[in-house]
Design a protein around this ligand. Sequence first.
Ligand code: IPM
Ligand code: MG
Length: 357
Amino acid sequence: MSKKVMILPGDGIGPEIVEQACRVLAAVNEKFNLGLEFVEELIGGSSIDVHGEPLTDAAVERARSCDAILLGAVGGPKWDTIDRSIRPERGLLKIRSQLGLYANLRPALLYPQLVEASSLKPEVVSGLDILIVRELTGGIYFGEPRGIRTLENGEREGYNTYKYSESEIERIGRTAFEMARKRHKKVCSVDKANVLEATILWREVMDRLAPEYPDVELSHMYVDNAAMQLVRAPKQFDVLVTGNMFGDILSDAAAMLTGSIGMLPSASLNEQGQGMYEPCHGSAPDIAGQGIANPLATILSASMMLRYSLGMTDAADVIEAAVGKVLDQGLRTADIHTAGNEKVGTQQMGDAVLQAL
Ligand code: IPM
Ligand code: MG
């Protein structure tokens, strides 16, 4: 039975890194006879240039009919001054929201080979293995009302709404508890319950769920403290669960502990288990087109896709082993390069992974 995968290269370094991931997918497709079929669509600025909007309804419908989606990145300076209702990022938010991809899993795993690339001391980060579970379709990113309005005194005011319903909190909370069950059985829920009502409720709902998962230890932490603890003693965490905006911020910080955000894959799942897979990093317009971006986060996202949405665990294992192998060989893109290693470009890194398969 064939499985359909939608490829959304996007903008900036998106197309370059997705190209390498697609080569790797094509190779395992053949090797394991997976029957994967690929379809491609535009998203972000590249879609604005062609269709005048960052993601067409037709593209969303096509995505809906696919078994999984692999995305590069969106956005860039070219579209920074465009009307905010059609910014490239809106395309990403639209697909997350329309497909109900509420559970964003961002594993921050330190490869032992990259311990030197981390900005923290080896003893603080070696063995690091955190999973950030970020709520992705609610919170302040989507809360209404929102906008920029002019007040009576003529001054303008920007405003957003931070809200979470009990069912939204419960749904992501359950994801976190279930994930912890497969790991080290600890969930830390991150909120700002000393100030924000939306997160007072968040904490209450997490506490209410906890007795259903007696094998998992639940703790709570304010987001400012969590940011500090992530750079002070990150190994205290197993699963971190939090809302959309806090998760956005904390996952960038956690990424850096692992040496580079260029290494981190992510999965965004809906209630049907359909998923979109993308690197945690953005479109990096400053290095786009230079052939130096790290394709490993996207290659690892492709492997997460095989594992979580397509049930092709053998192929996923092989890809992850291949990534380990190229790191063992000392090959490093610029973002993870340290003295004594060989610096390679995007394509060469892709070649090396293919070779190692
Ligand atoms: C991310 C990104 C996006 C987000 C942007 C590009 C809209 O930063 O996936 O973390 O804020 O969610
Ligand atoms: Mg982000």
